[in-house]
Write a new protein. Structure first.
Length: 67
């Protein structure tokens, strides 16, 4: 059973450092979505009557040069 991330929040900003240089940064936050495995499933006996979930944060940075 794989965790499911249904909703994301993203944000970022950019800054022109000089005429040809630009710095960008951002983040992605995956909000938690728990998945419950009931006692009636036969595919993974070790997962019966359990809950799994996942959330994450990804950070992004970029330095660009334009010519």
């Amino acid at each position: 059973m794989n965790p499911i991330v249904e909703n994301h929040v993203t944000f970022g900003a950019g800054l022109a450092l000089q005429k040809n240089f630009e710095f960008n940064a951002g983040a992605v936050v995956g909000l938690n979505k728990d998945v419950r495995v009931g006692a009636a499933h036969n595919f993974a006996p070790d997962m019966l009557d359990s809950t799994t979930g996942m959330k994450f944060i990804s950070l992004l940075i970029q330095l660009s040069y334009r010519w």
